[in-house]
Design a protein around this ligand. Structure first.
Ligand code: COI
Length: 335
């Protein structure tokens, strides 16, 4: 059995992949640090299946090349599959698997840090500190305890985040989900509509996948329904929030602060080194990142040692099952 692995990051993914390879001498593995594109899809020629991870959209041409080499099993090492055009997958007869759960805590903890850093005004303290100003005033903070935290989406990640907020910080948690999580029913946190959540929450955190109907779920209309001075956290998908509406909400003060691990149009800037802030070719990013009340992390909420290990191991194990013709629980499309 031969598996080709694309997009193996040198600094953190290569070691778990090499460990997995040492544990599976029966599998021949080839890999590259580069993500899958039409320019390098030929590397997979002669292999039985492919494993990959990337935030850039998957090019139809690259998938066609894999198909032409007789490859029909593709395993991604992450949760989101919004980089694929499902028509392409189906046209070329691919079975696609993901890793639906690799470490919900990684993302939920990160979201909670964004809340804490925003409410305690850490970026402003950092700026003052670097300027030699160690005075307290006027950078007074706000406590999370007693605040109403609205959780949109209560799957694996949203439910961990809800528990951290409720039991760790003592917030009042409310949640909205089209498919409420039975494990949370006893907490009595669900409200009946997104509008209800928007109207009641002081802090809103998004934890849903990007389904086409949820594109710009948080737009100008949704923001107009929020409480004055509320905080918005997005560690889910950039396309869930309309960046222009967010900027307008921050300008007007309707939104007091935002913690963003993802951005609409993050492709092309995140995971790249431009050498200086000014050189980053995205004005909306620079507008947001220049504000004291916005914290941006470049899609790193997932990025922990445990998560990366689990992503590699689960995706590679799944790829073996696929190639052996065993049904796996992680199949996200049916041909
Ligand atoms: C996912 O698992 O879908 C993520 O967002 C992280 C990934 C891009 C590495």
């Amino acid at each position: 059995m031969k598996i080709y692995v694309f997009g193996v990051r040198g600094g953190d993914e290569e070691a778990p992949l090499k460990n997995w390879m040492a544990e599976h001498p029966e599998v021949e593995v080839g890999f590259t640090h580069d993500i899958l594109t039409p320019d390098n899809a030929n590397l997979a020629k002669g292999y039985d299946g492919v494993c990959s991870v990337q935030r850039e959209p998957y090019a139809r041409e690259a998938l066609k090349m894999l198909h032409d080499y007789g490859i029909s099993k593709l395993s991604v090492r992450n949760v989101g599959v919004d980089g694929f055009n499902f028509k392409d997958l189906n046209d070329f007869g691919f079975t696609l698997t993901n890793v639906p759960v690799y470490s919900p805590n990684a993302i939920a903890e990160h979201a909670s840090f964004l809340v804490g850093r925003l409410l305690r005004r850490v970026p402003e303290f950092d700026d003052k500190f670097r300027a030699g100003n160690l005075k307290w005033s006027p950078t007074i903070g706000t406590e999370i305890a007693g605040k109403t935290v609205g959780v949109i989406g209560t799957g694996h990640i949203g439910s961990v985040f809800a528990r951290i907020m409720q039991f760790g910080y003592g917030a009042k948690v409310i949640a909205y989900d089209i498919d409420p999580n039975p494990a949370l029913e006893n907490l009595g946190i669900y409200v009946d509509s997104l509008d209800e959540l928007l109207a009641q929450a002081d802090i809103i955190s998004i934890h849903t996948p990007l389904a086409p109907q949820d594109y710009h779920m948080i737009d100008a209309d949704a923001i107009s329904k929020m409480k004055q001075g509320s905080y918005l956290i997005n560690c889910a998908r950039g396309g869930l929030v309309d960046t222009d509406a967010l900027i307008a909400g921050l300008d007007s003060g309707k939104i007091a602060g935002a913690g963003l691990d993802v951005l609409d149009n993050e492709n092309g800037i995140f995971q790249k080194d431009f050498g200086s802030f000014d050189a980053i070719p995205n004005e909306k990013f620079k507008n947001l990142a220049s504000r004291d009340n916005v914290i941006i992390t470049p899609h790193t909420a997932f990025y922990t040692k445990r998560a990366v290990h689990n992503m590699v191991y689960e995706a590679m194990d799944t790829q073996i099952k696929l190639l052996n013709g065993e049904i796996t629980k992680n199949i996200v499309n049916t041909k």
